[in-house]
Design a protein around this ligand. Structure first.
Ligand SMILES: [Ca+2]
Length: 288
């Protein structure tokens, strides 16, 4: 009996606290957001900013409603001064569509906040990281995968997000995840520590993180901004942010002392995937 109780408590703790390893961390209130979202409502000193069609109620922050051609954003305006962090986001993607729905939402860590644009409600050729929760598969080529699909893209301002290929040739890593239309609470965790990016989900109502992917060699500068955007087109969904908890993680002395502002965002492992896709494009042309 005691063993079961202990396991249960352990699961709760592992789902609520950052990381899968024992590292010191504490929550950064300014980068977190919980009901009833007072910071969003206080306009003068607020460090949260809304763009586009975003609607705030006492229950959710709706980046897009379940209607066509909408885009909206929720941006934090305080730069992230600490090098290592973990963010837990409770979100909800839902709508009336049974077979067709879209387009998706993105959690950002970028240089330039507050922009609207074609990449799920943010600008293209961005600087930084986007963790993309894509609900609609735009293409049916050999690179197709089951949607919804979660992927990460790291950009230094030179890369275009290609919706026609669902961003597959610029993604660092990804996984399939049935986060849409769930009755359970759906959460995603993004952990960035020592240039390692780990994305996990908790969508089955079990209060346990399941790893989506983990990649080393991800270089991100400090002083970028967190944000959330979503978009609909011909296809629609409600894209809601329920809560955000951001934790500063323990950093090595070297990382703490380093001037990290000038670091160019790059994922060292992404190049191989892009090369692979170029080969794929050549084959397509050849076959055609
Ligand atoms: Ca897509």
């Amino acid at each position: 009996m005691f063993q079961y109780l202990f396991l249960y408590v352990l699961q709760i703790v592992s789902a609520q606290q950052p990381g899968t390893t024992n590292t010191a961390s504490y929550e950064i209130r300014e980068h977190s957001l919980i009901k009833p979202y007072p910071a969003v409502f206080s306009s003068i000193n607020s460090y949260w900013h809304l763009t586009g069609n975003t609607i705030v109620t006492d229950r959710w922050i709706r980046l897009t409603a379940d209607t066509q051609s909408k885009q909206g954003g929720l941006w934090n305006l305080l730069p992230v001064t600490y090098p290592d962090w973990e963010m837990h986001v409770q979100f909800k993607v839902h709508g009336t569509g049974k077979e067709l729905f879209g387009d998706g939402l993105v959690i950002w860590y970028v240089r330039d906040p507050k922009h609207l644009g074609p990449v799920f409600g943010n600008q293209d050729f961005f600087h930084g990281l986007g963790v993309i929760l894509d609900t609609y598969s735009n293409h049916n080529g050999p690179h197709n995968h089951v949607h919804p699909y979660i992927s990460a893209m790291v950009n230094n301002g030179t890369l275009h997000y290609d919706h026609d290929r669902d961003g597959t040739h610029t993604q660092v890593a990804g996984c399939e995840s049935q986060f849409r239309g769930r009755d359970t609470d759906t959460l995603i965790a993004i952990r960035y520590q020592n240039d390692k990016l780990t994305v996990s989900t908790d969508i089955d109502g079990k209060n346990v993180w399941k790893e989506c992917f983990s990649v080393e060699g991800v270089k991100l500068p400090s002083h970028y901004y967190f944000g959330f955007t979503a978009a609909t087109g011909d296809l629609t969904d409600n894209h809601d942010i329920i809560s955000v908890h951001t934790y500063q993680l323990e950093s090595t002395n070297e990382r703490k002392m380093e001037d990290r502002r000038g670091i160019l965002p790059i994922a060292l492992t992404a190049e191989a995937e892009r090369r692979m896709c170029l080969k794929f494009v050549k084959e397509e042309i050849f076959l055609f």
